[in-house]
Design a protein around this ligand. Structure first.
Ligand SMILES: Nc1ncnc2c1ncn2[C@@H]1O[C@H](COP(=O)(O)OP(=O)(O)OP(=O)(O)O)[C@@H](O)[C@H]1O
Ligand SMILES: [Mg+2]
Length: 253
């Protein structure tokens, strides 16, 4: 008789020192336009928080505000230890849709951030080699970063972000123009980072990816937080009709 094997539950990610994150009445305005409007949320899950919503919903703005690249017009962002600060920002990293790489080799791109943060000189070559191997770029170390393919550049940008072992990783559509294999390679790196205790915030329009990675979902619409839910119930039956329409691929008005 075949042995009955119950599926192995996913081990919970390690606790994150910057959580819980509390967002209170967060607003962001440009001129007379209120682009983010009164966002209240508490993020406690140490895994992956996926931010979903139609184009123009405010996802990128929210990510930039959380990382302290923009200053709120009103409201507060409170990490476990307090409001965003330079010291906290140094424990966070961000990866954009289009990788921003320096005009130098792949290895030198990583070396640059390690040096900037005072990583010991003698340990840098080993660390760079490990990170390039993690990204599957061992044989591209000396190649100018800007001639790498889109997928290779994004993998480089991601391991460069991980080089300093951040507590929080923000990812804004990191696989938007990548092929399925490169997409899965990036997802593998995100999972690996999570296993090491990195809290991630991921913006994506790839619903399959959101299903694969999300532990919880924030659904934005017109600058407001329409729904916050654990991933499983959200993908099974989202509470808001707009989230339902978005998941069904219908126009969200
Ligand atoms: N600096 C700015 N000045 C004026 N409007 C802005 C500015 N930055 C963003 N916006 C507007 O704010 C809204 C939200 O922008 P945001 O980039 O956050 O959207 P998004 O949800 O990331 O969309 P997408 O899925 O297309 O990336 C959009 O309507 C955008 O045009
Ligand atoms: Mg965006």
């Amino acid at each position: 008789m075949p042995e009955l094997v119950s599926p192995k539950p996913k081990p919970p990610p390690p606790a994150s020192p910057l959580l819980p994150l509390r967002v209170e009445g967060l607003c962001y305005e440009q001129g007379r336009q209120r682009l983010l409007d009164g966002i209240d949320a508490t993020v406690e899950h140490p895994g992956c928080t996926v931010i979903l919503g139609p184009n123009g919903a405010g996802k990128t703005l929210l990510l930039r505000l959380l990382h302290g690249l923009l200053v709120p017009s009103a409201g507060r962002i409170l990490w476990a230890s307090g409001p965003q600060s330079e010291a906290l920002r140094r424990r966070q990293a961000i990866v954009f849709q289009r990788p921003v790489l320096l005009r130098r080799s792949a290895a030198a791109n990583i070396d640059y951030v390690l040096r900037a943060r005072g990583f010991p000189r003698a340990k840098r070559p080993g660390r760079i080699a490990d990170l390039l191997a993690l990204a599957g770029l061992d044989d591209r170390a000396a190649r100018p970063a800007r001639v790498l393919s889109g997928g290779e550049q994004q993998r480089l940008a991601l391991v460069r972000a991980l080089a300093l072992e951040p507590d929080v990783l923000f990812l804004d559509e990191p696989t938007a123009s990548l092929d399925p294999a490169s997409t899965l390679a990036i997802e593998r790196l995100i999972r690996l980072a999570q296993g090491r205790g990195v809290k991630s915030f991921l913006v994506t329009h790839d619903i399959g990816q959101a299903r694969r990675l999300a532990d919880e979902v924030l659904f934005l619409h017109h600058g407001r937080l329409d729904e916050q839910a654990a991933a499983k119930p959200f993908f099974k039956a989202p509470g808001s009709s707009r989230a339902r329409a978005y998941l069904d691929g219908r126009l969200v008005l």
